[in-house]
Structures are given as C-alpha cells and as structure tokens.
Design a protein around this ligand. Structure first.
Ligand SMILES: Cc1cc2nc3c(=O)[nH]c(=O)nc-3n(C[C@H](O)[C@H](O)[C@H](O)COP(=O)(O)OP(=O)(O)OC[C@H]3O[C@@H](n4cnc5c(N)ncnc54)[C@H](O)[C@@H]3O)c2cc1C
Length: 469
C-alpha cells in the first residue's frame, strides 16, 4: 500500500451502477518499479475482488511535443507493457484526449486510480476527469519524494527555504514500496466492445516508427537515449558504478559530461526519484536510506541535493505559481532591474532562427545549442550559460524568456517539465538573489565565457560539437 500522504481521494463516487473493474490510468508514472499508484491500484483491486485495467492515453497533439518526445514515450510504453505483463497485467494504450477517453473507459469502473503530475494541463485533465466519472477517484503521488503539499503549503522562495523542510520530511517517503501480485487481472476484457477510441495494440509498440506514423509524425533523428524503465535503470546503474563517487567534483564540467542522465527518464515517469535516492545511497554504503547531510561535498550529497531538493523546488514552483511559463513568474526585484536595463546596448542581437541554428559568434553557446539539437539533452551547467546568453542577446527580457521556453521545450527530451520552467526562470532571477548591478542584467546574476575558460576544458567541448571555428 502507498504511504497515506501520497493518496488523495478526489471523489467518493456517486452511484456508479454495475461495475466490473478497477482502472489505473497510468499517465505520469510509466513504470512498474517504485510506482505507488500502481501498487495502490493492485491492492484496491484485490480487496474489491475486481480485475485491474491499466490504461495510458496518447494525446496526438500534446502542447510542444515533437516526434523526438513521442518516440521516447512509445519506447517507454513498449517497455512498461512488457514489465506489466510479467505481473499478469495488460497495458491498453488509447489515442485521444484524456478527459474524453478516461471517463468513457471508466463507465463500468468501481474505482479510478490516477497518478499525479503538476503542470497546468495535467491538473486540468485530472480535474475534468474527476468531474466526469461517477466512480470513486483516487490520486496517488509517486513521482516525488515528499508529496508537494506535504513539503510546503506555499510557493518557496529558494532552495534554502525548502531544503530544511524536505530534509526533515523525506526519510519515511524513501521507504521501499510494498507490492502484491494482482489476483484477477487476466480476466479484464481486452477492449470495451462499445469503445469509440482508437487503441494501439501492445505488439505494435515494439517498433516505435509504426505508431509514430499513425500519430502523424515522421520518424525523428535518433538520440543516444532509449525510453523505458529498463533503459532508465541501465543508465542509473552505470552512473552509480562509474560516476557517483566524483559527481560533486565533476558534474559541472561540460567536457566530462558526468551527469546521471536521469532527467528524460524522470520527466516521462520511467524512473522514480525514490529509486534513484535508494540505489545511490546503497551504492555509497548507506543501507538504502540516505542520511541527508547539508554539506553537498560527497557525490551522494550532491546527487540528493539535485534529484530531491532542486527538483522538488521546481515542482513546488509550478504547483503554487500558475504563471510558471510566463514572464510574470519572475520576482518583482528581477523584473524591475531587467526593465531598468532593457535599453542598454547589447553586444549582439540574434533572432530566434539564428539561435535555433546555433549561428551566434560564441562557439561555446553554439556548442551547447548543437548538443541539445542533436542529442536531446544539453549539459546541465551549459543550460545556465545558454539561458543567460539569450537574455544578453535579445531585444527585451520578455522576448528572451519566450525564446528560451520554446527552444528548451522543443529540443530537450526532458523539456516541458517543472525543472525546465524553474531552470529558465532561474536565469532571470527566480530562486536567486540580487547581485552587483551591471549592464543588461541589472542585479540579475550573469555568466560569461571567461568563467567557462577558467573552469573547464571548454574549447575541447566546443571542438567536440564542431563549433570552434
Ligand atoms: C535554462 C535551464 C533549462 C533547464 N531545462 C530543464 C528541462 O527542460 N528539464 C529538466 O529536467 N531539467 C532542466 N534543467 C535543470 C538541469 O539542468 C537538468 O535537470 C539536468 O542538467 C539534467 O541532467 P542529468 O539528469 O544528467 O542531471 P544530474 O546532474 O545528474 O542531476 C540528477 C537529477 O537532479 C535533477 N536536477 C539536476 N539539476 C537540477 C536543477 N538545476 N533544477 C532542478 N532539478 C535538477 C534532475 O531531475 C536530474 O535528472 C534546466 C536548467 C536550466 C538552467
């Protein structure tokens, strides 16, 4: 059973009529490992002696998503269909708009279990579905260590203000997830006979190109990342064995590329932050539960800071600040100072196309933009430099904000994520403090290429991406 703080009953249900199943609408936590929502659904289905029907709804025109994202998504669905099948469960993949498809499918459900995500569209979906169905509805939060409202009841100012709260609360939420086998799931009818919705048969997921074409996408250029919980775990294990120990020392160096590569998998729900924290702690000899020191000096400290504190600060931001993707989310002090400097002379002015095609005069910026376009994942330290430079080269901070959002969401595999919205807002002063005033940036922190040259083998990084000139 899931920890009770993760579980919210959104509707008690109202006279559902004859029922024949429990539905788990698997949308945000596309995995079988450390999936509190799945385990809750199995437990309730067993208690009710009903079969469990697991659904995923593919939205053909999800805002901002491209073929690159759909391929990763389909690979993840193929993988989870297989891991579910090993537990005697069938994944049904339907095509359409979740607020239409899920209520239709839930017509004969006794209970609808849904996992949780935090962006506006995800909250709107869940609200609309809860309103439309007549069965009991339960939401289970599984893509976070400390449930968002439990961690804090307000928008936090910075990492410093949320860190203490998370450290204090996290330990019980890092427990192993209890599992039990589904009792009657094979008896679920594969498809409701009257369903008007298109379904992608599980065997068709094996070759992503077919479903991609069906959704209207030409197969994209491959990236180094394959979607799915199996691939996520392989990346995690090689990171822990090869890079965790020196993570604190090496993670910022763009040439070394020492990151965990967990972000696309976390974004698509192919891995849980609880599993990452537990495995990393075990790898560092910590017996499964991390100690949460505040020093950030060891590889483990540093990873836990990123994957729990920073990531959950971003979730806090999008959950409590409805304008997370609009310029108005930037704090007053930062907007004021950027506006005071809006007419300062820019060293260069680039339009969105020039940026998109990595044709600026800065080989380091061109390198990280190229890395993002080609691989679907820019190095973490360079993302800060990338965003800061867009401010420097755009006619106004508002335009810079909009361009950064569009490019990030289009090309990053982990784009359209709370971390992306918080990361871009950070470039404009969110979750940061005022610094010494200077041209263009005012009191907002700025970054320059001298810093890159001083700290890293940045020419070698640019050479790798063919942008050194
Ligand atoms: C301008 C800008 C844009 C960004 N866009 C995105 C985005 O679209 N999607 C995204 O997931 N992250 C984004 N980030 C945050 C961060 O850069 C990435 O999460 C990280 O680089 C992913 O690589 P990794 O998984 O190898 O990270 P690691 O360094 O190995 O960290 C492990 C995990 O910790 C979390 N994490 C790491 N850094 C941060 C951070 N600064 N804020 C919040 N969580 C963090 C991520 O979940 C990450 O997967 C952005 C940051 C900036 C400054």
């Amino acid at each position: 059973m899931a920890q009770s703080e993760r579980v919210q009953r959104l509707s008690p249900g109202r006279d559902p009529g004859p029922t024949d199943r429990v539905i788990y609408w698997m949308q945000a936590s596309v995995r079988t490992r450390y999936n509190h929502a799945l385990e809750y659904a199995v437990f309730r289905a067993n208690t009710l002696a009903l079969p469990l029907d697991v659904l995923f709804v593919v939205t053909p025109s999800y805002p901002g998503a491209t073929a690159r994202h759909y391929r990763f998504l389909i690979e993840g669905l193929h993988d989870v269909a297989q891991t579910l099948s090993r537990r005697g469960l069938t994944l049904r993949v339907l095509v359409g708009d979740p607020p239409v498809v899920v209520p239709d499918e839930a017509r004969s459900a006794e209970l609808l279990v849904m996992d949780r995500a935090y962006l506006r569209i995800h909250r709107d979906w869940r609200r609309a579905i809860t309103k439309a169905v007549s069965c009991e509805v339960v939401q289970v939060e599984s893509n976070i260590v400390v449930p968002v409202e439990f961690a804090s009841d307000k928008e936090e100012y910075s990492a410093a203000t949320i860190r203490r709260k998370i450290h204090r609360a996290a330990r019980p939420f890092l427990a192993e997830v209890e599992t039990q086998e589904p009792a009657r799931s094979r008896t679920v009818p594969a498809r409701r006979p009257d369903s008007p919705h298109r379904e992608i048969a599980p065997q068709r997921l094996a070759d992503a190109d077919g479903p991609l074409r069906e959704l209207g996408w030409a197969p994209p250029r491959p990236t180094p990342f394959t979607g799915g919980e199996t691939a996520a775990r392989e990346h995690l294990m090689s990171f822990l064995d090869e890079r965790l120990e020196l993570f604190a020392a090496n993670r910022n160096d763009p040439f070394l590329d020492w990151g965990s590569n967990m972000s696309p998998y976390l974004h698509f729900g192919h891995i849980s932050p609880v599993e990452i924290a537990r495995e990393a702690s075990a790898n560092a000899g910590m017996d499964g539960v991390p100690p949460f020191p505040e020093t950030g000096r060891t590889g483990l400290d540093s990873l836990l800071e990123e994957v729990i504190v920073r990531r959950e600060l971003a979730i806090n931001f999008v959950f409590y600040n409805d304008g997370y993707d609009r310029y108005s989310c930037i704090p007053d002090w930062a907007r004021r100072t950027l506006s005071d400097h809006a007419t300062d002379q820019r060293p260069h002015l680039y339009d969105e196309n020039t940026l998109r095609e990595a044709r600026t005069a800065d080989p380091y910026w061109n390198a990280c933009q190229t890395q993002m376009v080609e691989t679907g994942k820019m190095h973490g330290y360079m993302r800060m430099y990338w965003g800061k430079k867009i401010i420097e080269w755009s006619p106004s901070p508002e335009e810079a904000f909009a361009i950064a959002m569009r490019l990030n969401d289009e090309f990053e595999l982990d784009g359209r994520d709370p971390n992306g919205y918080a990361g871009i807002a950070w470039c404009f002063g969110k979750h940061d403090r005022p610094w010494t005033e200077r041209a263009i940036f005012g009191k907002v922190r700025y970054m320059n290429d001298r810093g890159l040259r001083r700290k890293f083998k940045i020419d070698a990084f640019a050479e790798r991406w063919g942008t050194l000139g």
